[in-house]
Design a protein around this ligand. Sequence first.
Ligand code: NDP
Ligand code: OXD
Length: 309
Amino acid sequence: MAILFKTTPAAMARWQPHLAVAFADQDLRLWPEIGDKSEIDYALVWHPEPGLLPGLPNLKLIVSLGAGVDHILRDPRLPGGIPILRLVDPYMTRAMSEYVVLNVLRLHRRDVAYRLQQAAGEWREHAQKNAEERTVGILGFGALGQDAARRLATLGFNVAGWSRSGRAVPGFATYGGATGLDALLSRSEILVSLLPMTAETEDILNAPLFARLPRGAALINAGRGRHLVEADLLAALDTGQLSAAVLDVFRDEPLPPEHPFWRHPRIIVTPHVAAETHPQTALPIIAAAIADFESGRPVANLVDRARGY
Ligand code: NDP
Ligand code: OXD
């Protein structure tokens, strides 16, 4: 059994010591030194270049080194029959919840406005609600969205979730479909997007969606950059329909130095770090999934190729 491992050159140093432990007895091939392609059974990948996976004739399972799988499915030649495992790691889930809680509190407490006032030496109070009076809407109510919701609820926020199925989640108002989206948006003063990138979700954060939020609402996007129509966000901030945005993901990463988001006074930029994969915790999960797969046991968190996530 041979295992291919491919991540970005920058991330490789973080993974290498842990790979040696997790796959000590295995034939591990670190890209680009992959040897005989026909020997590779498993591919653990982050942003594989198009053609790499289709070129492995005996591949049995593809493992995403992140929660999203858009970086794998973007390859038009990817063979349809090979299962794809997406990463669900409680460590990563907690990291995302930290990011969401940090930024919901920041927006709830008008921190963006107060930072601007401090820079201008301006002493001015804004009306402040309690968390109980604030609804946070979460687009994408899966592994990450639900954990963030539970943590926000412990702080008192009203949290509502929108998913494809609209499935019930105890303790939360949940919505699905187009009418459900309207209902969620109309009450969401802070909107958090934790959607996967699919054909259905591309460009979903656009002017018509912003117009359905309460005036002055704020946006947090930690899903994918291609969810957001960037010009529509800038226009909504200009008119005051949106008061602020916190963005972790972008159409072009790294965000180009000349991009207007960098210097916009009401946009907070982070460099795709909301929930980084943590090799120490991710590798045991991946190794256990491979062992289950090898011995024919059911494997959780396989991607539904028709849905795209
Ligand atoms: P899950 O698959 O657990 O959850 C996805 C959720 O999105 C589900 O609730 C699903 O609905 C919903 N959904 C999918 N398509 C649609 C649609 N068309 N309309 C409405 N809802 C939809 O994924 P995770 O929570 O683990 O991860 C979500 C995403 O977060 C990842 O795909 C990735 O893009 C992003 N991410 C970003 C990170 C960062 O550092 N910025 C780190 C990790 C992930 P249903 O429940 O009905 O299936
Ligand atoms: C992921 C990510 O999908 O880090 O895991 O974006």
